[in-house]
Design a protein around this ligand. Sequence first.
Ligand code: ADP
Ligand code: TMP
Ligand code: ASP
Length: 256
Amino acid sequence: MTKQDARLDVAVLNKFAKAELLYEGKAKTVYKIEGEDNLLWLDYKDSLTAFNAQKKGSFENKGGVNREITSIIFRFLNRRGVKSHWVGDRDGNAMICEKLTMIPLEVVVRNSVAGSLAKKIGVAEGAEIKPPLVEFYYKNDKLEDPFISDDQALFLKCVEGQNDLNELKEKARVINQALIEFFSRLGVKLIDFKIEFGRNERSEIVLGDEITPDSCRLWDIKTGERLDKDRFRRDLGRVAESYQEVLGRIRAVWGG
Ligand code: ADP
Ligand code: TMP
Ligand code: ASP
């Protein structure tokens, strides 16, 4: 896989200039691009947060690692027919994306019990879930992103109707199948993950945001070792090394 998957020529990408700051998030900073109303510049930050930013940390080049992981995964998904906002990369931690009107839902897919679900239903981490669960969480930092039902999402007008929720679930299931294969080739089991969607200027629902060890649970198939943000959340150590390990395996299998 090469940079040729970029939706714009590299020479065009390299001419883009970062303009006004739109939003400073916990893991990324979003900027306008000079003269480009339908594109955004995303800088992936080196900082790391958990529990709605109550716990804070960072490591050197975390942004670069997560930018590259997302970029390779979004290009892989694109070849599987899944449209994402990814347009191209800039050096280091910056990515050029299609500007979306974000749907305020975190869509979580679970292949095995872990994290908040293990706590909520009292089932041990690692238990298989078949068929996988698709859940919606209301993206609202003040409310700490609560789990919501379809009816609550409709009441909150997160989307226009049940058809949109069904489309999100269907897209999430397709992405899950592709990602299970993507990670299993690295010797990694995809336990669960969170994705976000938005609408582009043609009103199509498109995958946005990121797919990284921040937003997935990734366990080594042989050892069960956790290779994701749970190392930070649970003080397991070797946080940077685990993110780098994931990127190293991705590069080795799927190319840079
Ligand atoms: P958070 O907002 O949870 O702190 P980030 O630090 O990752 O998360 O910030 C990135 C923000 O940009 C998120 O709110 C995400 O919903 C939003 N976003 C991601 N992709 C796009 C896009 N293509 N267009 C507009 N907003 C986006
Ligand atoms: P959970 O078990 O804490 O609900 O998390 C499920 C998945 O969603 C897990 O892969 C981590 C990811 N996630 C995020 O990306 N952002 C969040 O804010 C939370 C709570 C979880
Ligand atoms: N994304 C949330 C935070 O950054 C929670 C988490 O990932 O644990 O604080």
